[in-house]
Ligand binder design. Structure first.
Ligand SMILES: [Zn+2]
Length: 265
């Protein structure tokens, strides 16, 4: 599938933290070469004709977070985030009676989503992509679409949806439910809204297959009714935005994208 002219456009680095508490995470992430093992990031590395390289780094930030630095075209994933995600994964593992590996899977799924969201910010800047409406919502959509399209080859559709589900769970878990002006004015939607937006995208890929989501309260019937359309619109928009920027060697993707646009119109 294409990629003959593949030239890596991304760089990966692991910054040593100063805080002793984060050394363990740093070593694990570095030894596992975590950033190079994110399937979707690998899939799109080299795919677009970017004017500058994007550098992915893990770093100590002093607080929880992940962000894109436009001046350095750098996606930064904080060790503090990995720590917090793992803790949350352990909580969920206990609460849901999940197996031993759950917390790690939870962390990994969320890292994929978060890094793709930040990659979206990079693409918007570097390819000068138009975004109307709230950019943060658009980045969540792109992350979800990339996860649906470029999951690992060994992953089943069930696992792909499971990963997105864990990302949705994380958004919900960050909400205190006690909102104030800061939350309402924030560039991000409320945690609950980001959760339902993501659920809607999942549901929209296969309303029949995911009919149970409405019964389970993961989505309201009113929102669910429009999700197939919502999902199709979002992915068509992203395909159309990214299509003109495919790098040489990705003609197969171009053909696939054109077929998709014709099929889904
Ligand atoms: Zn963002």
């Amino acid at each position: 599938m294409g990629g003959e002219g593949r030239a890596p456009a991304f760089e990966y680095a692991y910054g040593p933290p100063a805080t002793p508490r984060l050394q363990g995470i740093y070593r694990r992430v570095r030894d596992a070469d975590l950033l190079r093992r994110l399937p979707e990031v690998q899939a799109i590395d080299g795919m677009f004709a970017l004017p500058r390289r994007v550098r992915y780094v893990t770093a100590e930030c002093g607080e929880f977070g992940a962000f894109y630095r436009p001046d350095q075209t750098q996606v930064v994933l904080c060790y503090e985030t990995l720590h917090t995600l793992y803790e949350r994964g352990l909580e969920q593992q206990r609460a849901l009676g999940q197996d031993e590996g759950y917390a790690l899977r939870y962390t990994r799924a969320n890292v994929r989503f978060i890094v793709l969201h930040e990659t979206g910010h990079a693409l918007v800047q570097l390819l000068d992509l138009p975004v109307t409406g709230r950019q943060e919502d658009a980045m969540d959509q792109l992350a979800a679409i990339l996860m649906l399209r470029f999951a690992g080859l060994d992953e089943t559709p069930h696992q792909v949806v499971g990963n997105l589900d864990m990302a949705a769970n994380w958004m919900l878990s960050r909400s205190t439910g006690a909102y104030n002006l800061h939350a309402y004015a924030d560039e991000h939607a409320l945690g609950e809204q980001r959760y339902f937006n993501l659920q809607c995208l999942i549901y929209g890929t296969d309303p029949e297959g995911f009919a149970g989501m409405v019964d389970a309260g993961d989505l309201t019937a009113a929102r669910a009714a429009g999700c197939a359309r919502e999902t199709r619109r979002a992915s068509r928009a992203w395909v159309r935005l990214l299509l003109p920027h495919l790098a040489p060697g990705y003609e197969a993707y171009e053909d696939e994208a054109v077929r998709y646009l014709e099929r889904s119109s």
